[in-house]
Design a protein around this ligand. Structure first.
Ligand SMILES: Cc1cc2nc3c(=O)[nH]c(=O)nc-3n(C[C@H](O)[C@H](O)[C@H](O)COP(=O)(O)OP(=O)(O)OC[C@H]3O[C@@H](n4cnc5c(N)ncnc54)[C@H](O)[C@@H]3O)c2cc1C
Length: 487
């Protein structure tokens, strides 16, 4: 009899558990938080629903779409999309439109953009190791500095010259300024991509609704989802994983034994939890992998209509604020009182840096002043707030990260009953759908009793939101921003 231990009840772990239980395979999920959903959960505060950053549902995997539809059915709805960029006290349409962009940056900057684009074609940087070189070579330095540099550096907290080009290649692949300009004038051809730009799927009460329901269904089929249980040790005999040690909310230590192990906990923590300990080289590689964190300052505003966007990217360097979500524009049911609005103000940071450690009252004071400064609302219109700190919101693709991931990967592949899944399990900057696919693949390997899928091989680089070159045309700037936003 198989008994599968799954670490983490985010989208990846829950999807694995759901498929296993549907196929009569016993599983237990251990989740360190009180609520399931991982970084795709939805927080409730005084009847308002807040995502940890807005979560659009989109995928090219039919299997994932079917799963989402199966779980939420009519509560999973098409939502119109509007998002803009705020820069130099102006809003830019996003995707960019020529007239808006021209009036936005001004005629002089437009000529500089074109001049620097031509220069990048005639005299490109010879090396393309980092984000700055990669983007400047494709779009010119001026466009890079307006629409990539400030926001990307807010998201990652390091200069673009220290961000590996792999990340740019993954997220903004196959695009060029030429296609962006052409397609700003030419009507979009591919309805598939247009759909992605104009609307997306979203549960009426946010992504948490999807993952709470998945948990309910796993439990209804006999699976166990233990929340408030953090896995702290993973015991093995160098060939197989034998058991995990977990600590419950009362601080009591327990042991969970299983035949198969699926982990979506951050791979760096898994390496540290192994007993006996991993080789020095593997521990060293894990210690070099870094994450970026996020603080969301969620505010309730005594105003019915603030702006029509689902979210706004704040490129302006004069504020630290990175992005604003307007939740009633995601789903009206996120806001219990239609006369009010709720916003999620996103600040990117590092765990334990100055902003992370700032007292809540101080953080709120800064956020209220910044939101007033960019004229979204007056600080005095804010009625209430709650603050959520999200550690490890993004795996950082800093230069050289891949070699470290490869060291870890080849070591962990030595265990015959361990599969890694999800964004942090695989240290891949992916979205919900890729996390879910890895969870489903791990489950299938267990159900069929053979390793037909290698979860490490899920290719976020090729089949993600980025399209193949011939499909990319009309979505050029949209894709650009997807990459830029770090969402
Ligand atoms: C700001 C932001 C916006 C985003 N927007 C989108 C979007 O629009 N669309 C989209 O598709 N994706 C989006 N994403 C990405 C999406 O949130 C992730 O891809 C997805 O949540 C990853 O799922 P996962 O299960 O792999 O990991 P997680 O969601 O991180 O889940 C892992 C779970 O494991 C638990 N865990 C960790 N360690 C332990 C341990 N030791 N013991 C027990 N449990 C443990 C964690 O508590 C967590 O619940 C966004 C992410 C961010 C940060």
């Amino acid at each position: 009899m198989k008994k599968v231990i799954i670490v983490g009840a985010g989208p990846a772990g829950l999807s694995a558990g759901y498929l296993l239980e549907k196929n009569n395979t016993d599983c237990i999920l251990f989740e360190s938080e009180h609520q399931v959903g991982g970084i795709s959960k939805t927080i409730q505060y005084k009847g308002y629903f807040f995502d940890l950053g807005g979560h659009r549902f989109f995928t090219k995997f039919d299997e994932v779409n079917k799963l989402w539809e199966e779980i939420l059915d009519k509560d999973f709805r098409n939502t119109p999309r509007l998002s803009r960029i705020f820069y130099k006290n102006r809003f830019f349409n996003y995707p960019l439109t020529p007239v808006n962009a021209l009036f936005g940056v001004g005629i002089i900057d437009t000529f500089i953009i074109l001049g620097s684009y031509i220069k990048s074609k005639v005299l490109p940087c010879k090396s393309e190791e980092n984000f700055e070189q990669w983007v400047s070579n494709r779009f010119g330095r001026k466009l890079y500095s307006i629409f990539f540099k400030t926001y990307t550096e807010k998201v990652w907290g390091i200069p673009c010259s220290e961000i590996g080009s792999e990340w740019a290649a993954q997220r903004i692949k196959g695009l060029s300024l030429k296609t962006a300009i052409i397609n700003a004038f030419v009507k979009p051809r591919n309805s598939n991509i247009k759909t992605l730009i104009d609307e997306f799927k979203y549960p009426v009460l946010g992504p948490g609704m999807m993952y709470n329901e998945m948990k309910n269904r796993i439990e209804a089929m006999g699976g166990r989802v233990h929340t408030d249980c953090r896995v702290t040790r993973v015991y093995h005999d160098n060939r197989s994983i034998k058991s995990v040690e977990y600590i419950d909310k009362n601080g009591i230590h327990h042991t969970g034994e299983g035949s198969d192990f699926v982990s979506s906990m951050p791979v760096t923590e898994l390496i540290k939890a192994l007993s006996p300990s991993a080789d020095e080289a593997v521990l060293a590689a894990a210690s070099k992998l870094k994450y970026r964190s996020l603080i969301t300052i969620d505010i309730i505003v005594n105003k019915q209509n603030l702006f029509p966007d689902n979210w706004i990217y704040i490129h302006s360097p004069e504020v630290r604020l990175g992005r604003i979500q307007n939740f009633k524009n995601w789903s009206s049911r996120m806001v219990p009182d239609a006369r009010k609005s709720s916003l999620g103000l996103e600040y990117f940071c590092n765990e334990n840096d100055e902003i992370w450690n700032m007292p809540d009252a101080e953080l709120f004071r800064i956020a209220a002043a910044e939101i007033e400064r960019i004229k979204i609302c007056r600080a005095s219109d804010i009625e209430d707030f709650t603050i959520i700190r999200v550690p490890k919101a993004y795996p950082v693709y800093s230069t050289g990260y891949k070699e470290n991931v490869d060291i870890i990967k080849s070591y962990l592949k030595g265990f015959d009953n361990l599969q890694l899944i999800g964004r942090y399990g695989l240290f891949k900057y992916n979205n919900m759908d890729h996390s879910i696919i890895t969870g489903l693949q791990a489950a299938k390997n267990i159900i069929y009793g053979s390793c037909i899928h290698d979860t490490w091989e899920i290719n976020t680089d090729e089949e993600y939101q980025e399209e193949k070159q011939e499909e990319a045309d009309e979505a050029s700037f949209a894709r650009l921003k997807e990459g830029n936003s770090g969402i």
